[in-house]
Design a protein around this ligand. Structure first.
Ligand code: FES
Length: 116
């Protein structure tokens, strides 16, 4: 089965009891056509998931490379992106992406863009 690579644009900071530390994330290989929420959950990734149905906005990511090879977001995804990533054209919901190519993403949290 063909697999595609998901790369993470930058390391993420994590708050720990001992203070903030940097965590680097290795590329993840995902089978073609498989939803990102399935594989990124079981493999080490900075992307967090909540509902997995495209309504909570927890999994908002910025697609840095490879966006042109992804299916366009449907009306429901666009509605949620308007709420949590308004004005961010590279934003997608990771739980709504079925991988069709290698991509590079940057994990975002909805608070970062919404000001919440
Ligand atoms: S996990 Fe809730 S919108 Fe993606």
């Amino acid at each position: 089965m063909k697999r595609f690579s998901v790369s993470f644009a930058e390391s993420a900071s994590m708050d720990t009891a001992a203070g903030e530390t940097e965590q680097n994330f290795a590329d993840v290989q995902v089978p073609a056509g498989k939803n990102l929420s399935e594989d990124l959950t079981v493999k080490n990734s900075p992307v967090l998931f909540g509902c997995r149905t495209g309504i909570c906005g927890t999994c908002v990511v910025e697609v840095i490379a490879g966006a042109e090879a992804l299916p366009a977001p449907d009306e429901d995804e666009l509605e949620i992106l308007d709420l949590y990533a308004d004005g961010q054209p590279a934003a997608r919901l990771a739980c709504q992406i079925d991988l069709q190519a290698d991509i590079t993403i940057r994990a975002q949290c909805k608070a970062r863009w919404s000001g919440a």
